[in-house]
Ligand binder design. Structure first.
Ligand code: FAD
Length: 424
């Protein structure tokens, strides 16, 4: 059994970053991280794995190499969190007592919500894949290469997901790949989304609709995948009205099906009603990131109910706020740092272009760079930032707790823009 000053549950993007920050501050053995996986992945690159630009091995490092050496790593899964007793019990029965806890478990793919999906993903011949998994993102690239013509369908589910831009990014990359291979005219590309819009922020949605139109991708709204029949290469979709009622149902043939699965928080979290809201996400204050009920508990990343875009970019900003506020809490002081909802989504549109969307709570656009991006244009620079620069920053600065978002770039980018006569 263990006890510690700070327990971090989950050692992914958010948990690893916070563990590194506090292991430095609190010293040896003060921090315990509970993380079951021996590997740490840079998930944002899985989109480019699906498009054949990277391999999954390029996105993977050992968890040991990124978690702080000064912290204790318990290689296990949280099974029950008892916030009244400041105690966590793991699946293997370890009991960990803590003074403070940060919940950072991310969200899981809920394959079972769609009958037939898991079998189809596991069947190499089904033509069904997802970039939302280390296990299946290379299958997307295989399916793209095997495609010779017909219907390529891309889906977006009816739950919150991480990186809500990725389901359409892979559709754009597929179009670009088919163009390169000279088979685009033989393909019908469909983007079937449960949402009523292509993107939540109008400025970017307008530009993305132009991209989809130029690429001849048919965008179908309120359209939900409900079953996969991988053996006969068919998929069932339901079209809903604005009230969520079924309007129609159809089973259609596909030649390639890219699925964005439904997602949810891990079971130990979503079933603990003291910790979560009615949607099953950790119930924290959206500005301070402190749990609404338990003041010695904070949350970071995809598992919380803060209404921002679930991205690694958001975690870069959140980790600073959480650090400042948790330090205050540790001194019996009132937390005062505030998270503004920053999130970013580099929407790759081909093998060398990307629209870099950046925004705050309530869809307020908040861009860093004074060029291309100010009018949401497709840019080469944004593509190389996504492919090369962001992974570099992630491994070398963010996970170590030294990167708090691109705000510092804005301080010199804005005067440059003014000099160049551009408006913000
Ligand atoms: P994760 O990094 O997923 O970590 C959660 C950790 O908790 C995992 O290590 C897991 O093993 C652990 N865990 C789970 N259950 C338990 C348990 N019971 N006990 C203990 N530990 C547990 N973000 C961007 O900023 N830009 C992008 O372009 C972008 N593109 C993306 C494309 C794809 C295809 C995907 C999948 C993601 C993308 N993201 C992007 C999103 C980004 O990767 C996530 O938002 C981010 O990694 C979330 O960090 P997290 O710490 O909340 O969760």
């Amino acid at each position: 059994n263990y006890s510690c000053k700070l327990l971090v549950v989950g050692g992914g993007s958010g948990g690893c970053t916070i563990a590194n920050k506090f292991a430095r501050r609190l010293g040896k053995d003060a921090v315990i991280v509970v993380e079951p996986s021996k590997h740490h992945y840079y998930q944002p690159l899985w989109t480019l794995v699906g498009a054949g630009v990277k391999r999954v091995a390029d996105t993977r490092r050992s968890a040991r190499s990124v978690l702080p050496a000064a912290a204790t790593w318990v290689v296990d899964r949280a099974a029950c969190l008892h916030p009244e007793r400041n105690k966590l019990v793991t699946e293997e029965g370890h009991e960990i007592e803590y003074e403070y806890v940060v919940v950072a478990t991310g969200i899981d793919n809920d394959y079972d919500k769609i009958p037939g999906l898991k079998q189809a993903l596991d069947d190499i011949h089904s033509g069904v894949s997802t970039i939302y998994s280390a296990e299946y993102c290379e299958k997307t690239w295989r399916d793209l290469q095997l495609f010779t013509g017909g219907d390529a369908i891309f889906t977006f589910p009816d739950t919150p997901i991480k990186c809500p831009g990725a389901p359409q990014k892979i559709a754009y990359m597929t179009d670009a790949y088919f163009e390169k291979k000279n088979i685009r005219s033989k393909a019908n590309i469909h983007y079937n989304t449960f949402l009523p819009v292509i993107f939540g922020i109008k400025k970017y949605a307008d530009e993305l609709l132009k991209v989809a139109a130029r690429k001849n991708i048919s965008v179908n709204y309120r359209t939900l995948l409900t079953a996969v029949h991988g053996d006969r290469k068919e998929a069932t979709f339901v079209v809903k009205d604005a009230d969520g009622k079924n309007v129609s149902e159809s089973t259609v043939p596909y030649d390639l099906l890219h699925v964005t699965p439904a997602m949810r928080t891990p079971e130990f979290l979503r079933t603990n009603t003291a910790l979560v809201d009615k949607t099953g996400f950790l119930d924290v204050d959206k500005y301070s990131l402190q749990h609404k009920k338990y003041k010695n508990m904070y949350g970071i990343g995809d598992c919380t109910n803060t209404p921002n875009s679930k991205t690694a970019a958001a975690i870069a900003k959140q980790c600073y706020v959480l650090e400042q506020n948790l330090l205050k809490t540790m001194k019996q002081d009132t937390p005062s740092a505030s998270y503004d909802g920053y999130g970013a989504c580099p929407l790759v549109t081909s093998y060398n272009t990307c629209i870099l969307a950046e925004f705050l709570y309530d869809g307020v656009v908040h861009e860093t760079f004074p060029f291309d991006q100010v009018s949401a244009k497709e840019s080469r620079l944004a593509y190389y930032l996504k492919r090369d620069m962001f992974p570099f920053i992630y491994w070398n600065a963010m996970l170590k707790g030294y990167y708090h978002g691109p705000e510092f770039v804005r301080t010199f980018a804005a005067p440059l823009a003014r000099l160049a006569g551009k408006k913000d």
